[in-house]
Write a protein that binds this ligand. Structure first.
Ligand code: FES
Ligand SMILES: [Fe+2]
Ligand SMILES: [Fe+2]
Length: 430
């Protein structure tokens, strides 16, 4: 009895759909087989289609933090709300609102199912298949586990890049930290003066005991502020700091042979990045100690190895590396750190909040170092390059997606990053 009426309604709805911004993605039966999947958008940023408890959701695919691929994320239950957890640094985004406890927000899109098909409300055409050339490269899932037992060549132990490579090849994070501290001291005291040139590995080594995130696996998170959720947060931060130590040694080794208008990079370039490496080692130590104080340890939770992707993508250009790693990613850290810190303090974990305060202050100097050397290279090149337009060009080329507010204007300004640098890279309002 009701069947013809329903069919009519469906037909009517189809007409509405055709004349509007509703885009068909595909059949429900097919799409519900995956929890998170990429939807390619003809004009604009890709989306991720999410499916949980019989319902579909859609949001921007690239994480508002540093562009991590949310289609490789996990859907989890957070206090009865469904969230997608970014695989890179574990920030969570509410499927309904796109909001995150980090203070960041993803744009969300309406999704409807009509006549067994899934529709997303977006102006541009969408497809499950990409015909673009710029598809994100395969994510890094295997990382060399160790070559830390390598015997050093005594004749060469006095060059900075020799040690940079040794540290990159050190898998155990505690050994990585201790070697970083020692080499930092030898460089500062002048016992090591030669920069040398040693080729860094494509990827730094990692402890084989670390378990790598398995995308698509459902987990339950504790309430925000519980011990277990604070441990999860600190663990993700320790993982970031471990990669940050490697990024600092990698920039030293990889670009040590670069020249600017025929001149080698000044010694102060290496001073600055040795200092960054030592700061990151300190950050890792402080956070991993805090994890132990809370009865956990680094390695107790799965981590994701996708964090090296940006390093690989900028391995050919020092300017691109400075722009994306230090002036986009590290500046992004300044946007979210105060929020994280405040969350720990609010839940009475003053000790963790104090650690994050130290980290925050030093991260400002890392963004400043990136800006200083980016500007130095542009202005001393022959011919000279215009700093801000060059920055925009490189970020558009090497960073996926737009920069997304909110920004910590004050923190960024203390690093010298005024709004002209980053606001033109924000998604235009449509
Ligand atoms: S949490 Fe998504 S990129 Fe950092
Ligand atoms: Fe750090
Ligand atoms: Fe840093």
């Amino acid at each position: 009895m009701g069947e013809p009426y329903k069919r009519e309604l469906v037909e009517e709805l189809r007409d509405v759909v055709r004349g509007s911004n509703w885009q068909c993605v595909g059949e429900v039966a097919l799409l519900k087989q995956k929890k998170c999947q990429r939807v390619f958008v003809e004009e604009g940023e890709d989306l991720v289609l999410l499916h949980t408890a019989g319902k579909f959701y859609a949001m921007e695919a690239l994480c508002a933090h540093e562009g991590g691929p949310l289609d490789d994320g996990d859907i989890e239950d957070l206090d009865g709300r469904a969230v997608v957890v970014c695989p890179w640094h574990s920030f969570e985004f509410d499927l309904e609102t796109g909001e995150s406890s980090s203070g960041l927000k993803q744009d969300v899109y309406r999704v409807e199912t009509v006549g067994g098909e899934v529709y997303i409300n977006i102006a541009s055409d969408v497809s499950l298949y990409s015909n673009r050339q710029d598809r994100i490269p395969e994510e890094i899932t295997t990382v060399p586990s160790s070559s830390s037992g390598k015997v050093c060549d005594p004749a060469d132990k006095d060059s900075l890049t020799y040690w940079a490579v040794q540290i990159l090849n050190t898998a155990d994070p505690d050994n990585k930290v201790s070697l970083t501290e020692q080499i930092g001291e030898l460089w500062r005291s002048g016992e090591i003066t030669a920069v040398g040139y040693h080729k860094p590995p494509d990827q730094p080594c990692r402890d084989p005991q670390l378990s790598v995130v398995d995308p698509g696996k459902e987990k339950r998170r504790g309430r925000g502020g519980t011990l277990s959720s604070r441990i999860t947060n600190l663990h993700a931060l320790a993982n970031i700091e471990q990669w940050a130590i490697d990024l600092a040694w990698d920039i030293i080794a990889r670009f040590s042979g670069d020249s600017v208008a025929g001149q080698p990079l000044p010694k102060t370039f290496f001073d600055d990045f040795v200092k960054v490496a030592c700061d990151e080692a300190k950050h890792y130590s402080l956070i991993s100690t805090r994890l132990r104080d809370l009865g956990s340890h680094f390695g107790s939770q799965p981590v994701h190895n996708g964090l090296w992707q940006t390093a690989s993508e900028t391995s050919e250009s020092l300017l691109a590396r400075l722009a994306v790693v230090h002036m986009v990613h590290e500046a992004r850290g300044l946007d979210v750190q105060p929020h994280t810190l405040e969350k720990f303090a609010r839940h009475g974990d003053e000790a963790s909040a104090k650690v994050l305060e130290v980290v925050y202050e030093e991260e400002i100097t890392h963004v400043a170092a990136g800006l200083k050397w980016f500007t130095y290279i542009c202005t001393n090149s022959n011919p000279t390059k215009e700093c801000i337009p060059t920055f925009h060009e490189l970020v558009r080329k090497h960073f996926r997606g737009y920069l997304k507010p909110p920004f910590n204007f004050e923190g960024r300004e203390s690093a010298g990053m005024v709004r002209e640098w980053y606001l033109p890279l924000v998604k235009p309002i449509t």
